[in-house]
Ligand binder design. Structure first.
Ligand code: FAD
Length: 421
């Protein structure tokens, strides 16, 4: 059996390892187009903040690891796939045949349509190559403009702040991390950052960038910022160009079924590129986070092996973000569901916030700020779809009773539980 995997990120690497465990005699080839050993983008902020070196970003640290696993790693770019011939064509002109194919090509930064976005000194923060370019300009005291305060933007923000740059964040929406946190908590993150010397401009658009060594960034309000470095973190799009005319169907990402198989026999997709099932909604959407990539990689690998059939029940959309020491989390249906109820607790002076969303007596989503002790319980409650019974009403009165509610509901205990906060 020849297993071919396109993309040597977390989804591809975990799939290759799982295949090796499940199918010791098969040929496994991992094709990646970056000129680095397989690495984790998640580790780039740690590299930028100086906490690790480049080798610390590598997904597998020991030299010769992939050879030992009998996994062939090829550095090339897949230019096209033929699902009829069961082969892929590489940019080098070479071609490779497969019995089972996994597409794990991740996503790329979406470049906003802004004049000057291609100027030297304007970079996304997506690859190790980007990180090197950013590190070269982000010296202490350098003026840095960060476009976008989404999940990735806020992770980079933390790393840049550690480099002692003079940082301005420009966000189009009216709060920080708008696709992860609600108005109240996103607003608190902004105040927190401002209190630590970062200028944050929300409801503001970058209109254009010009200049040479010193860049000029024009904003929608009429102001012009001077910058030594502009970082663009305005969203990503799945890497799907090479599947054109192959029969593999693409919506936002590559469409897969509950086995992570595409519309084509023997072809699977995983990670940022795949439009997989969402645990909370049951709908199929792209979840561009590493835990989803890893779970997809494992599940797809199981289904690539003959005689195996694993149903993917869906990944919980979960984000944990540390913004200059303030930890924010979002889980599942954090914006709530039709007909649902919610409980909110806000202590802005202490930067603590909790918002719970219920569907009937089941917790289905949450936003939390500065309350890290509840992360495991919230996740457990949502993933097990725990019926809370009358504990739901207690949580509506006091959302901080999460642990008591979890213990009582999970063990069928209704009385005798210490309910003090
Ligand atoms: C700065 C940063 C910080 C992040 N922090 C977090 C975090 O804290 N938590 C979290 O959950 N997620 C985080 N993420 C997101 C996370 O890194 C991604 O969700 C994860 O990398 C997805 O894994 P993947 O294997 O699907 O794709 P990728 O890691 O993107 O790997 C895909 C690989 O395929 C290659 N490829 C693409 N096209 C081709 C082709 N045609 N031929 C061959 N190879 C190809 C790509 O170059 C890439 O090397 C972060 C991302 C960034 C950029």
């Amino acid at each position: 059996m020849r297993h071919l995997i396109i993309g040597a990120g977390p989804a591809g690497v975990v799939a290759a390892e799982s295949l090796r465990q499940l199918d010791s005699g098969s040929d496994i080839t991992l094709i990646g187009d970056e000129s680095e050993p397989p690495y984790s983008r998640m580790a780039i902020p740690y590299l930028l903040s100086g906490r690790i070196g480049e080798a610390g970003t590598y997904l597998r640290k020991s030299t010769g690891y992939f050879e030992e696993q009998n996994i062939e790693v090829v550095q090339d770019r897949v230019a096209a796939i033929s699902t009829q011939n069961r082969s892929v064509t590489l940019a080098s002109g070479d071609s490779r045949a497969y019995d089972r194919l996994l597409i794990a090509t991740g996503s790329s930064p979406a470049s906003p349509p802004i004049d000057g976005i291609g100027l030297p000194g304007v970079h996304p923060c997506w690859t190790l190559e980007d990180a090197r370019a950013i590190a070269a300009r982000a010296a202490p005291g350098a003026k840095v403009v960060l476009m976008g305060a989404g999940f990735i933007g806020c992770i980079i923000l933390e790393a840049l702040a550690k480099r002692d740059v003079e940082l301005t964040v420009v966000e189009l929406e009216n709060r920080m991390v708008p696709r992860m946190m609600n108005q109240a908590s996103g607003g608190l993150i902004k105040t927190w950052c401002e209190g630590r010397g970062v200028r944050v401009l929300t409801s503001t658009r970058v209109e254009g960038i010009s200049g040479g060594q010193q860049l000029e960034v024009s904003l929608s309000g009429g102001e012009t910022l001077l910058a030594d470095l502009v970082i663009s973190a305005t969203g990503v799009r799945p890497n799907t160009e090479f599947v054109a005319d192959s029969g593999v169907e693409v919506d936002h990402g590559i469409l897969v079924n509950e086995h992570l198989q595409t519309a084509c026999d023997g072809v699977f997709a995983a990670g940022d590129v795949a439009q997989g099932r969402d645990f909370s909604t049951g709908d199929y959407s792209v979840q561009a986070i590493q835990p989803t990539a890893v779970e997809h990689g494992k599940t797809a690998a199981s289904n690539m092996v003959d005689g195996k059939e694993v149903v993917h029940r869906g990944c919980l959309n979960m984000n944990i973000l540390d913004t200059m020491g303030l930890v924010s989390t979002s889980f599942g249906a954090w914006e709530g569901v039709d007909g649902g109820q919610s409980a909110e607790l806000s202590d802005p002076d202490r930067y603590r916030y909790l918002d719970l969303q219920f569907d009937g007596d089941v917790l289905v989503g949450a936003n939390a700020l500065g309350l890290t002790q509840h992360v495991g319980v919230i996740r457990g409650m949502i993933q097990t779809q725990l019926r809370l019974g009358r504990w739901k009403d207690r949580l509506l009165e006091n959302p901080l009773q999460l642990m008591e509610a979890y213990v009582a509901a999970a063990h069928g205990v209704s009385d005798g539980v210490n309910t003090s906060v």
